[in-house]
Ligand binder design. Structure first.
Ligand code: HEM
Length: 252
């Protein structure tokens, strides 16, 4: 398959996997909205519905947008690195803002209702995910968007950034599943065993979240689907290698 810009051809199967991931992700977002609308009274800030802002923001921000941010370099493979970086960073900023709104919503709601804070495995994993995500964002910004970082520092940090990005995303999906299970059990109690419609819809939402996570991780881990460096980027990295390894005209 030839790319329109004359760059590297996209692997044949990649568009199908990307389409599948988007179908799963968007259906998960729509199902979250349907669940909250049909069974939880919708969302609002200044009322008992404030809690519902939490799952909606977390699913859109920390699952869907974070997952899509990870796919930017695979999907926009023939754009300049700068364009991909800006899009990757912008999606992460949006995800971070939504995650903060979701966190404020749940803590504020717990405070108003005088519920205990941070007692569950879900809440501990949730704080860990948010802390790691924020740290990853700051480090990513410092190394890749801040002009002061050197080429060699960026190259050494890149593999850690890629690994941590995938690990944090995986942890976010697991945390959302724990939270969903908890929310269903809190409300349905013993009725959960009777396959109540809300329990079944919640279970389907969990499978969609897990499916989206698996599709994103599959695309990320295919070595042949990585973004190939453009010619000018390759030339730049050769120049750098020559300089640092002493292969220049003046060296022996
Ligand atoms: C990756 C996404 C998520 C993160 C990072 C996250 C984080 C958190 C945190 C830190 C708390 C503690 C609030 C407190 O102690 O006052 C919490 C509470 C809660 N979350 Fe989430 N959450 C996520 C997704 C979800 C989802 C999708 C649901 C589904 C309904 C959910 C349901 C709950 C429930 C029921 C509570 C209150 C009980 C508890 O503290 O465990 N969460 N969440």
């Amino acid at each position: 398959m030839e790319s329109p810009a004359g760059g590297a051809p996209a692997p044949r199967a990649l568009p199908y996997y990307v389409a599948l991931s988007q179908l799963l992700g968007l259906t998960a977002v729509a199902t979250t909205g349907a669940w909250l609308g049909l069974y939880r009274g919708g969302i609002a800030w200044e009322s008992a519905l404030q809690f519902n802002v939490h799952p909606l923001c977390m699913v859109i921000g920390l699952i869907f947008l974070q997952g899509d941010a990870l796919l930017v370099y695979r999907v926009f493979r023939n754009e300049t690195k700068r364009t991909s970086k800006v899009l990757h960073g912008a999606l992460h900023v949006l995800a971070l803002v939504l995650a903060l709104v979701g966190l404020v919503a749940v803590f504020d709601y717990h405070g108003r209702q005088r519920y205990a804070d941070l007692y569950s495995l879900h809440s501990w994993c949730g704080l860990l995910v948010c802390g790691l995500y924020f740290a990853q964002w700051l480090l990513g910004f410092g190394f890749f968007l801040f002009p002061g970082a050197s080429f060699s520092l960026r190259s050494r940090y890149r593999p850690q950034h890629v690994f941590c990005g995938a690990a944090i995303f995986l942890l976010a999906v697991g945390t959302a599943l724990l939270g969903l299970q908890e929310a269903l059990l809190f409300k349905l109690g013993a009725k959960y065993r009777a396959l109540e419609p809300e329990g079944v819809l919640g279970g389907a939402l969990g499978l969609l979240l897990a499916g989206f996570g698996a599709a994103v991780l599959y695309i990320l881990t295919r070595a042949g689907w990585r973004r190939p460096p453009r010619e000018e980027e390759q030339a730049l990295s050769m120049d750098f290698k020559t300089l640092t390894e002493g292969g220049g005209p003046g060296s022996q």
